[in-house]
Design a protein around this ligand. Sequence first.
Ligand code: ITT
Length: 453
Amino acid sequence: MKLFVATHNQHKIREISQILPGFEIVPDDPEGVEENAPDFVGNALIKVRAIAEKHKGEWCMADDSGLEVKALGGAPGVHSARYAGEPCNTPANNALLLKNLEGVKDRAARFTCCCALVDPSGEELVVHGHCPGHIAEKAAGVEGFGYDPLFIPNGYDKSFAELSADEKNAISHRGRALEKVKAIVGDGSVADGSRVEHVERVEGKGGSRVLAWLKLFRVVNLPTVPGDVLVGAALWPCFAGLGLSVSRTAALVGASVFLYLFGLVDNDIVGAKTDKGRPIPGGEISIGAARLARFLCLAAAIGVALGFGMPGLWWPMSFLLLVSVALYNRTKWSFLMGVCRALNLGCGVVAANTVYSMDAALLLEPAAVACVIWLAYIWAVTWYSKGEEDDPEKKRRVGALVGGIVYLQLTALLVLSLMFPQVAAMRPLLIAGAVMLILLRLFKTLLPKVSAS
Ligand code: ITT
């Protein structure tokens, strides 16, 4: 079986040939490509795509690998090859690693290898292999390459460079990843990820462009937004005894969803270089297209507001909301995210009714209570969510807490309708809240790939 491998690293070619003896390994230097993705997957894909263009109908692979040291926050990581600067210099890299770990007791580390494959039909697959261990106090051994003299795998008292090639390949990150590659490419039949654990089919090409946009707009989380203004609107019939206009309330929901989408896209534009796994750094959506989308979301919010004649107070409130969103995206202060959602509720309060009589003052106290609860909940969830990208279990819990916003909104609507059973306007608001909950559950089930908190 012929396998084109995108690398200029002769050591990798040697190891890949040893681990996949039945394969005809054909090295191809992906000359000139810039490995500028923030993670191993992104860089492996950049390399393999560069050669797959030339070898259509063939199996192609790229390995992006590196050493991650716990005490250094995962460094050198994707920068392993050039840790001490350009060009790649192994003795300098190793010396810098030892220097940075001087006096450090916890020397736990792991090698990671990510293999990206393009099958003959053009489908992309990604597999990973890891090898845990620790960094020695000094270099030992002459075998292998790179950081091998410094890396002692768990269960051994010798470095990778003191092991034979067979011993290293049996336990190494590359050996583990290539075992999966062997099972996928194996007999040369069409890629069948079901035979291999942890195969990721790469989305983002052709037909999955829609998925990338759904991801950018975090569609799964959208049903959490309308409830803010619904609760704000509900305060009018309950506390001021004034009726609600259905079209005004619907317009409020529309404008608030567009403002939220504006904030989400702005967030991804700000993090275009750093946010792992998002569509812009992954190359699925260009920065230009994202900027256009951000502008269109703002224009749509303004259009809806003008079209439905939002009252004067909605405009400064929404402006404050936009400023808070932009500030949050650039500072990541959890408190500001809480402010955004409290202001969203405030938009519902100031715009659900245009009749500002003395009765409107009665809304102040309940609105302040609701805003403070909103602010506290969102502030706490946002603060807790820090670091979720690297912790799948935390990401799952944060997803549940974000979904909890809809339960909070529904609880508020339910409490109001129990406190004010005579208010007929509560029924449609409660139904709208319940619809949002159903939509949230539906999106979570149908679109698990675009879930993001
Ligand atoms: P290509 O991009 O051309 O494949 P590269 O050496 O630049 O070659 P990477 O970007 O994947 O490859 O960087 C991998 C670096 O990680 C490599 O240069 C070593 O410093 C380190 N590394 C990876 N696997 C290793 C191994 O098995 N033993 C020692 N060091 C390794």
